[in-house]
Write a protein that binds this ligand. Sequence first.
Ligand code: G3I
Length: 374
Amino acid sequence: MTKLKIAGSSIIVLAICCMSCSSGKKITETPTSLREAFKNDFLIGTALDSQQIEEPDPRAAALIPLQFNAITPENSMKSEKIHPQWDKYNFDLADKLVAYGKKHDIKINAHALIWHSQLPAFVRKMRDADSVKQFFTNHINTVAGRYDGKVFSWDVVNEALNEDGSMRKSIFLEKLGSDFVTQAFALAQQASPNSELYYNDYNIEQPKKRAGAIALIKKIQAAGVRIDGVGIQGHWKAYNIPLDDIEKSILEFSALGIKVMFTELDLGVLPHPGDIQGADVNQRAAAAPAMNPYVNGLPDSMQAKITRGYEDLFKLFLKHKDKVSRITFWGVNDSQSWLNDWPIRGRTNYPLIFDRDFKPKPAYYKVIALKQGK
Ligand code: G3I
C-alpha cells in the first residue's frame, strides 16, 4: 500500500493484485487523481477565481494541476470584470488564467461572453438598441478574438431561458430581439474560429426548459451557425438529484450532434426558502439560524447523501461517456463555493468534492473507485 501526499492530505493508493498476481505480476492500482482516473472518459474541470489563479495558497496551487485538466474562470471573464467601461477592457486576470492553463496543460473553458447578469454599469444604463448592438458586437469581437485558440472553448451565451423554456426577459432580448443568441454565436464563430462554442444554462435537464434549449440550439443550427456543445450547469441538491431527467437530457442533446457537458456541478445540502431552485443569482432570501444548520459540521447522514449523489452521477456520466465530454465542479473546495452565499449570505455549505482543508471527501473516493482496476 502506497501513500501519496496531495495538498497536505494523504491519499491511499491501493495496489490490488489480480488472481494471477503471484505469478503473472499483473497489478492494477486505484487512480491517483480525478484527471488521471477519467482521462479516457471526459475532462474533469473546476472553477477558479483570483484567489486560485494568482496562486497565493500553496495547497490549492498543488491540488489544482494534479486533480483537474479543465478550468472555467468563475468571474474573471464576465463582462462586468473584463469590459468595465465602453472603451476599457481589463484582461489582467483572464490573461493570467490562460497562462496558468498553458503552464499546467489544462484546457480553459472561457465563461461567459453574453449573459444578462453581471453586466458592466455602462451597459445597464443603455436605453437605445443601437448602443446595445454596438456593445454586443464590440464585446464579442474583442474578447473572443483576443483568446481565439488560446482557450479551448467559450460559453457564448449563458442562461437565456426561463424555467418554462421561453426566452428570458433581458436587455439583449428587449433591444436585439430573440435572434440575439444566434447572432452571438455567429459573431463568436467569426472572432474565434479555433475555439469550441457552447450554450450554457441551469435546470435545462428539466423537461420544459430542456425543450426550450433544444429549440434554441436547433435555431442556431438551422441558421448555419456553429454550436459545438451544451453545458448543463448541475446546481443540484444532494438529496434530490433528477437522475432520470439528466439521462434524458444527455440523450436528447447529443442527438442534436453536439457535445454534452456538466459545467458547474455542485450538490448543496442547505435548505432553500420558498420555491428557490436553480441558480438565479438575483434571487435572495433573509438569513435565519434554522436555514444554516451545519455551521459546526456535517452529520454523517448528510455526508452520505453527498457521497451517494456524486457516485450516482458519475455512474451515469460513465455510462454515457461517448456523449459527455467534460464534468466541471463549480469551485475547488467547500470554502470557495458560491453556495455559502446564495440565496442567503454567510452560510456553511458542503457542495464540492474537497473539504475546507482541501482534503478529499468520501465522495472523492467513491467516484475514483468507479475506475478502480479499469
Ligand atoms: O469583485 C467584487 C468586489 O470588488 C466587491 O468588493 C465584492 C462585494 O460583494 O463583490 C465582488 O464581486 C462578487 C463576484 O462574485 C466576485 O467575487 C459579486 O458580488 C458576486 O455576486 C459574484 O458572485 C458570482 C456570481 O456568479 C455572479 O457573477 C459567483 O462568485 C459565481 O460563482 C457565480 O457563478 C454563476 C455562473 O457564472 C453562472 N451560473 C450560475 C453560477 C452560480 O451563481
